[in-house]
Write a protein that binds this ligand. Structure first.
Ligand code: HEM
Length: 446
């Protein structure tokens, strides 16, 4: 197995290059502190899959101290469905409130959650799919074309991260002061909001600085976009301008602060998730040669639907998060009616382990085999239940289009030796080098 390596965040020293998320493309400055065992484990899907087998079989609901690990598919669905017993506010709300104010991913079932998720949903239009596809396909072809002339592409820095940032600019309507700043903000904000459970001080400080800067930037942007809309038709059509327009109707009105909280939450969730998912999918395809070749044929035939099947099956082997975290709000029972039934006391933390669950043979035939056409398809890549991914309608299009653009290149292979190993910055893939002989000018995107 080709391994991966992790760089941990450094202490904040004040220089731009020393803080998390700031490195520019191709900058490979090593981090100073070595990564924790937990960070290494979380980024090692092979090891996680290996550990998942005995876990599912012998301890499907494993309690260690105040932590409960749930690994069978049926039990994971059950935990994520029972959003009154297993809640999220306790997990996410404090950090989210501190850096950006309340957002749906930090809210339990409530009037505010339903209202704000419904308003966001109402700003998505049926024609967006085609708009997103056209934009992403063109952006990906351009990025891959530019990088391919060097014979080597960094899947993260040359393709997925800038492409996702450009979609955030063009479709969500938040370009940021410049692309590099925007990429840094998005990374440290996501890291601090959702993944800094160890309380890394460098991540916290960078996150808070980025939050303050994004906050001020968005206040100005919202005012400018409103002024454009008020001048009549000068405003752009983006998710942000739709949220502003929706303020005219009491049913869909958010305060300006509400618009800012919601657009910030959405864009922070849109960049490093996409970049990580794309890097993981490409990495897994490179490990499954038959699948890689078949996916390349589909990409060259312009069949992005089939590329999507390969992409999301690849993601099953290394999903965005190996587990989703919930708080036990009241005494509850997991796996009621089974031999592994377990009482879990209020106050404990549950890890709904989606990676092990997606290798549970009770839900997936022959789970260790890579099958692009499996039914059901990998169903937990984008969460489950009330907090399932709002961006799914984008992900279904964007991630396969990014992967397809790469698959169209002749001679695609992992860069040799250590160079070809995926490198992480904390929880985020930061480099994945592939060699290519050049882009193939076929398929709908080019
Ligand atoms: C355009 C890109 C994306 C946007 C705008 C986005 C947005 C969101 C939002 C707003 C939520 C919270 C929904 C709620 O609480 O009701 C969410 C949840 C989630 N998203 Fe996404 N997301 C994006 C990309 C991704 C990608 C690429 C993945 C995985 C490959 C992903 C996986 C998830 C998961 C697993 C959850 C559930 C978290 C939990 O239950 O704890 N998202 N997303």
């Amino acid at each position: 197995m080709i391994g991966s390596s992790v760089r941990q965040s450094p202490a904040v020293s004040g220089t731009a290059e020393a803080v998390p998320g700031v490195r520019r493309a191709k900058d490979t400055t090593p981090r100073r502190r070595s990564p924790s065992l937990a960070a290494r484990l979380a980024n090692n899907a092979f090891l996680l899959r290996l550990l998942a087998r005995p876990l599912r079989r012998f301890a499907p609901v494993l309690s260690i101290g105040r932590v409960v690990l749930v690994s069978r598919h049926a039990d994971v669905l059950d935990v994520l469905e029972r959003d009154g017993d297993f809640t999220i506010a306790e997990v996410n709300a404090a950090t989210m409130d501190r850096i950006d104010g309340p957002f749906i991913l930090g809210m339990d079932r409530s009037e505010q959650f339903t209202r704000e998720r419904t308003i966001l949903q109402s700003c998505v239009h049926p024609s967006d799919s085609e708009r997103i596809r056209t934009f992403v396909a063109a952006t990906a072809a351009q990025l891959v074309g530019a990088a391919a002339t060097q014979g080597r592409i960094d899947v993260v820095q040359d393709l997925a991260r800038p492409a996702a940032t450009r979609l955030v600019a063009s479709y969500f309507g938040v370009p940021g002061p410049d692309e590099v700043t925007m990429m840094r903000w998005m990374r440290v904000l996501f890291w601090e909001a959702f993944l800094n459970s160890g309380g890394d001080l460098a991540v916290r400080l960078c996150g808070e600085q980025a939050a303050a800067a994004l906050h001020a930037y968005l206040d100005e942007l919202i005012a400018a976009e409103r002024a454009g809309l008020d001048r009549g038709g000068e405003g752009r059509d983006t998710l942000l301008t739709r949220l502003i327009t929706a303020q005219a109707d009491p049913a869909t009105r958010l305060s300006d602060e509400g618009v800012r909280r919601n657009i910030a939450g959405v864009v922070v969730g849109a960049v490093d998730t996409t970049s990580k998912a794309t890097a993981h999918a490409v990495d897994q395809l490179l490990r499954h040669d038959g699948a890689l070749q078949a996916a390349q044929r589909a990409a060259r035939d312009g069949d992005v639907q089939v590329v999507a099947e390969y992409t999301f099956e690849a993601l099953r082997f290394n999903p965005l998060n190996p587990a989703l975290v919930r708080h036990v709000a009241r005494d509850a029972v997991i796996a009621e009616g089974t031999r592994h039934r377990r009482q879990v006391p209020a106050g404990h933390t549950v890890y709904a382990a989606v990676l092990p669950a997606m290798f549970d043979s009770a839900a997936f035939d022959d789970p260790n085999t890579f099958r692009h056409d499996r039914r059901p398809a990998a169903d937990l890549n984008f969460g489950y239940g009330m907090h399932s991914c709002f961006g799914l309608y984008v992900n279904r299009i964007q991630i396969p289009e990014l992967v397809a653009a790469l698959l169209r290149c002749d001679g695609l292979r992992r860069a040799p030796g250590r160079q070809g190993r995926m490198v992480y910055e904390g929880p985020f893939p930061d480099r994945l080098l592939v060699d290519v002989a050049g882009p193939v000018p076929t398929g709908r995107a080019v």
